[in-house]
Design a protein around this ligand. Sequence first.
Ligand SMILES: Nc1ncnc2c1ncn2[C@@H]1O[C@H](COP(=O)(O)OP(=O)(O)OP(=O)(O)O)[C@@H](O)[C@H]1O
Length: 277
Amino acid sequence: MIQLENLHKSYGTGSTEHEVLHDINLTIESGEVFGILGSSGAGKSTLVRCINLLEQPTSGRVLINGFDVTNVQGRQLASLRSQVGMIFQNFSLFQQRTVLKNVTFALEIAGVAAPKRIERARYLLNLVGLEGFENRYPSQLSGGQQQRVAIARALANNPSILLCDEATSALDSTTTASILDLLHRINQELGVTLIIITHSLSVARNICDRIAMIDNGRIVEIGDTEELLSHPHSDILKTLVHNATIENHRHKDISSHDSVIRQDKLAIEDSLIREAQ
Ligand SMILES: Nc1ncnc2c1ncn2[C@@H]1O[C@H](COP(=O)(O)OP(=O)(O)OP(=O)(O)O)[C@@H](O)[C@H]1O
């Protein structure tokens, strides 16, 4: 379980200090898929980076499984980081390392012997559907494949929590669906708690059990995904849902227009064939 209590985060000091997270209170259950929705600059990444202490909260507490980790350092911080994996929009792979060596990296740092870390990396590459890609370099992979490597790498230490910061934002819709399927499987089969940062309602709807809507560093709504998206209360979520509905209609219009054109083409081809016979 992850608990954030009265969490504040400011950047800068003195006259440049500005608070970007204001009094965040949030509990995420173990095994949950929890979405953090919000527009650009709302504070989503900062919030999630406070969970693995990539950002140090200015005040308040972060508790993981009841243990206050807010001020841990040294070995305890390393241990926290190994419990909490993270993936990013731009994959952030090591370009000079092969796929296999990307996945074994954290295990090398942890001092795991070579045969064991290779065995674990092969298991994870199999899990993410990349068996046979061990010796490729990131530049030889598609975006979706790179994100699969990043997921395998993030799981190397067997974390109980995986933070996904806009993990599908750089991918097309088909690849997004396959990565969300993989994340869903990781949640279901390995029991990993997922925290999904997204600005996409369809990503939230596809995978998240609950979502929190963040606006200007504050949680303005939180609840069951379907419930919240069907009955949004805050203006910001109402606008997001409204815009997504318009976008959806536009896609349907375009695809039905495309299908009319396709049917017209088939009819023309049909009559040309008949004429030729
Ligand atoms: N290292 C930093 N130093 C100073 N200000 C920062 C820093 N990181 C983020 N901010 C500011 O904090 C606010 C929240 O940023 P954050 O990246 O958390 O938002 P976000 O919701 O994740 O945005 P996006 O969707 O665009 O990534 C923004 O105003 C941003 O400019």
